[in-house]
Ligand binder design. Sequence first.
Ligand code: FE
Ligand code: FE
Ligand code: ZN
Length: 305
Amino acid sequence: MLIIGSHVSFGKDQLLGATKEAISYGSTAFMFYTGAPTNTIRKDINEDFTTQAHQLMQENNIELKNVICHAPYIVNLGNRQDEDKYEFSINFIRNELKRCDEMGISSMVLHPGNAVGKITKEEGLNNIINALNQILDGTTKCKILLETMAGKGSECGSTLEEIAYLVKNVTKQDQIGVCIDTCHINDAGYNVENFTEYLDSFANLIGLDKIGCLHINDSKNPLGSHKDRHANIGKGTLGFNTLINIIYNEKLSSIPKILETPYIGDTDDDKNRLYPPYKYEIDMIREKKYNPNYFEEIRKYYHKD
Ligand code: FE
Ligand code: FE
Ligand code: ZN
């Protein structure tokens, strides 16, 4: 069975709301932030919502192991200019793992961090490793999946070598893995048309058993642009067939694939009315057939007044 879904929101009904949204797109997996990705304010996990969500997943072919959390992207474990802030980030991520444990979530995606200010890439990477080794102190179970980054600004983790360095230096090997983002690897300079080559390098440097999640996004920018702007499936530089090849790669059949493609406006530059593209993108992926008119169909479906 194809394990596919999208990013969904974790609203006031928490995991239950997220599950309902995922089901509405026909998903067999999904990913959520446990609050706004841009801040660190978090509510307690409600047990009732969690129990109901688990029940609903079971009835709808969603296995809990294919439900992924994403840590907020403002947390930067590469930055140790201010020791208090660094400590805050470490505690915050540890708490996110606890919240995941409470919900039975087994993987959380994390942007490794940025080498801000005057520090070198290597210092940034070492700050991240030090933080990860403090976070993974044996009190939690949820895995951390380090995301492959586009290499925007001073981002750490945009090359396989950097990801390998991070992964290898984490003590708790059973709690560390990787999330491959197709837009990011294109923007970082890996030609996704030769995805088997990429996977071979991944296998040599890191090991395929470390892959815990795939982010499936097209890219608005060319190979090696270091930009990180996601495009809808088939509407970017990667194209539909390249993405289909990755999604159906047999070595990755047990890995959840998560869409993080942008919402669609009533017109191409309408930012006021935005509709989720996921039901349509998931359908095309399931059928392995590109529908050139899917934006129009989404607009028709959601724009009811
Ligand atoms: Fe991400
Ligand atoms: Fe991503
Ligand atoms: Zn991105």
